[in-house]
Ligand binder design. Structure first.
Ligand code: HDE
Length: 693
């Protein structure tokens, strides 16, 4: 075989030159021992057609390293995307915490954030219906603080004891090895039906929150109640919230299904590209702070991770902002090797006795020792604190540091400079009095499993409720065991009888719900509008993308007007043409589109415009890809704009224009379209196109 990159023989050096790296050496490929490689294309053989020699240390080193390139993927949250950035507090939070990084509004604390799906493997698609992990490592001046949360503020279970069962049930079934990254199967719903504490979280997971539009558009939650401690050693409880500054937003289910096929990296690409283009994702950190007296006044237990505190009861105090402004240089070294742990806290923050959190405090360090191959993973650059760290822990696999000196124990009198404990600035746990009998028992204050599930469902808008009905019917239709379906229907009937009836009807299983006796009868709670994504949504196109379909002979004036309007809204435009090489406008001027029609289905965009002339519209209406592009945009409830000539293509797609479809007659109509697109989906269109089932 011909060599692609022949490396010239290096000149022989005098002994005095041996430690001096020449420019030529710097650019040469070497082994891990620093030996320059002369041929990276051919192994060492006994003759050109002979056997490969065991002596070929270069081949063996290369292949051996390759053989060990993979590490175990995370048992949950295996599929994830990460980014670097910073966090900055708005004002000193001295009143509630002594934590250093929450004191100085001029200071930026470096962070690394990783977003993930839960159930799928590392190579699974980005768009299954699933919870999203939202983990942030703050490299504070007092050590690392990890806020390891989710995009849903409650969890499926109340006690860490149940976590392996939950995860086994949701992952692919062990005999079959499928389904991948999907809750729609018997094992999962069997577990849920027998674990009523999971029903509140099920409501969230079956809502639009389970299929986010972008990782830049998810909310994040610390889930558990934590503590904040101030310099006077006063403690308050806290719940952590992240709010995306461009608003939270989701896709519709059919879109998620198609996105997973068209671009399994949809979320990862979106995050990466946004950061590369300088549209940095941002979240505000919000705190719900409350004391023991308020905790005691609530009608649920703040240690129960299946409960929220509605914002209407304890409003969020927005305390700072996180900006993600740098993509990792290397996916494996950073995003794959980052090791989060809820036990990583700093002075001024402490745990509560939430039994789920207590179990997590053990689990993460333990899992990293296997996943990252030993106890020194904290030395990996993405995991290492950015403040000094030193102690008497020694040795172990992959020790990267070379501790100096004779002393490796404390106390010692041999080295006065060796690190010592420091009661003044060292971490102390909040002195919460604890006493009780040893027992395995769930507190009775954890027994109401239905009231907040009902609260969530009833706080949704009509479209959001419809989506939940469809999602539940879809999931349960995949369940083969009828008794599993009827048990879930029984639980739904306790949450809300209309929810059960709609799901049963969507499946054609009316009147089949099991009769289930709840441990505690649910109560009707005051609705919480803050739970609804649609109620909270503000008109915006910021960070969104408009797909513009053009073909030869298109009106470049209209395109420019669209570009200008989109730019003023901080939205992006993508030009889609039948062929990726070029497209010509009505004056015959050539331009290169961003993507071809076959590579960029309309599911990639938040709103679409079709700028085709009569001839091209007639042609495209004979092309299934173009008809699907238009039909899907309408079916996915997007705002649409079209030149009058494009009507023939829209007719072919069976579109009956409604208030979300804007005819582009002039530049003024472009403004009308952009205004409509800012409103988001055309929800009124949905019932005309799709009924749950
Ligand atoms: Fe996790 N979880 N978890 N979890 N979790 C892991 O740690 C675990 C829970 C969450 O981007 C694992 O490094 C137990 C709640 C995120 O790397 C593991 C329990 C919440 C991530 C683990 C829970 C989370 C993980 C797997 C119940 C939201 C990904 C790999 C007692 C508040 C972090 C790893 C990343 C990852 C254990 C419950 C969030 C096995 C035992 C509740 C975002 O240690």
């Amino acid at each position: 075989m011909k060599k692609n990159n022949p490396v010239k023989a290096l000149p022989v050096k005098s002994p005095a030159e041996t430690h001096h790296t020449t420019q030529e050496q710097k650019q040469s490929l070497t082994t891990n021992q620093g030996i320059v490689i002369s041929d990276n294309q051919n192994s060492l053989k006994a003759g050109p057609r002979g056997a490969t020699l065991l002596e070929d240390f270069i081949l063996r080193e290369k292949i051996t390293h390759f053989d060990h390139e993979r590490i175990p993927e995370r048992i949950v949250h295996a599929r994830g995307s990460g980014a670097h950035g910073y966090f900055q507090v708005y004002e000193p939070l001295t009143d509630i915490t002594k934590t250093a990084f929450l004191q100085d509004p001029r200071k930026r604390t470096e962070v690394f954030a990783r977003f993930s799906t839960v159930a799928g493997g590392a190579g699974s698609g980005d768009m299954p219906r699933d919870v999203r992990g939202f983990a942030v490592k703050f490299y504070t001046s007092e050590g690392n603080f990890d806020l390891v949360g989710n995009n849903i503020p409650v969890f499926f279970i109340q006690d860490a004891m149940k976590f392996p069962d939950l995860v086994h049930a949701v992952k692919m079934e062990p005999d079959k090895g499928f389904p991948q990254a999907a809750t729609a199967h018997d094992n999962f719903w069997d577990f849920i039906g027998l674990t009523p504490e999971s029903l509140h979280m099920i409501m969230w997971a079956m809502s639009d929150r389970g299929i986010p539009r972008s990782l830049r558009m998810i909310e994040g939650f610390g889930v558990h109640t934590f503590r904040l401690i101030n310099a006077k050693d006063e403690s308050r409880f806290v719940k952590f919230h992240w709010r995306p500054t461009i608003g939270a937003c989701s896709v519709v289910w059919d879109e998620a299904v198609k996105l997973n096929g068209a671009d399994p990296d949809f979320h990862r690409r979106d995050l990466y590209e946004a950061i590369e283009s300088g549209n940095f994702p941002e979240w505000e950190l919000g705190l719900q702070v409350f004391d023991q007296k308020i905790a005691d006044s609530l009608d649920f237990d703040v240690l129960d991770p299946t409960k929220i505190i509605p914002e209407e009861i304890i409003p969020l105090r927005m305390v700072g902002k996180m900006v993600l402004n740098r993509n990792p240089d290397n996916f494996f070294a950073e995003t794959e090797q980052v090791a989060f742990c809820p036990a990583n806290i700093v002075p001024g923050i402490d745990f509560s006795k939430d039994p789920l959190l207590q179990g997590r405090l053990f689990s993460y360090l333990d899992t990293q020792i296997t996943r990252l191959g030993g106890p020194n993973f904290h030395q990996i650059p993405v995991n290492a604190p950015k403040c000094p760290f030193h102690n008497m822990q020694r040795d172990g696999l992959h020790q990267m540091q070379i501790p100096k000196g004779r002393v490796n124990y404390e106390p010692n009198s041999l080295d006065p400079n060796s690190p010592r404990e420091n009661p003044t600035i060292g971490f102390t746990s909040f002195r919460e009095p604890v006493a009780g009998e040893l027992l395995r028992k769930r507190s009775e204050t954890f027994s109401d499993h239905y009231s907040q599930a009902r609260l969530f469902f009833r706080s949704m808008t009509e479209p959001e409720q419809r989506h939940m009905v469809s999602a539940l019917a879809f999931e349960l239709a995949h369940v083969e065991h009828i008794h599993v379906r009827t048990r879930i229907l029984g639980h739904l009937a306790i949450i809300d009888s209309s929810l059960e009836q709609q799901v049963a009807e969507a499946m054609g299983m009316q009147g089949k719900a099991d009769k289930i006796q709840p441990a505690v009868q649910p109560r009707d709670l005051q609705q919480s509008p803050a739970l609804s994504l649609i109620k909270k949504a503000k008109p915006t196109l910021k960070g969104r993308k408009i797909g513009v379909l053009v073909a030869d002979g298109f009106d470049s004036g209209l395109l420019q007007a669209l570009r200008d309007s989109a730019k003023s809204e901080k939205a992006q435009i993508a030009i889609i043409a039948p062929k990726v090489g070029k497209v010509e406008d009505m004056a015959g001027t050539k331009m290169v589109p961003d993507m071809s029609l076959s590579c960029a289905p309309s599911v990639f965009f938040d709103a679409v415009a079709i700028l085709t002339n009569e001839e091209q519209s007639v042609f495209l209406s004979t092309q299934a890809g173009a008809v699907d592009w238009v039909r899907d945009a309408f079916g996915h409830l997007k705002a649409m704009a079209h030149t009058p000539d494009a009507l023939v293509l829209m007719d072919m797609a069976g579109i009956d224009p409604d208030e979300g479809v804007v005819a582009l007659n002039d530049k003024r109509s472009v403004v009308t379209f952009i205004k409509r697109a800012k409103e988001g989906r055309v929800w009124d269109r949905e019932p005309k196109l799709r009924s749950p089932g």
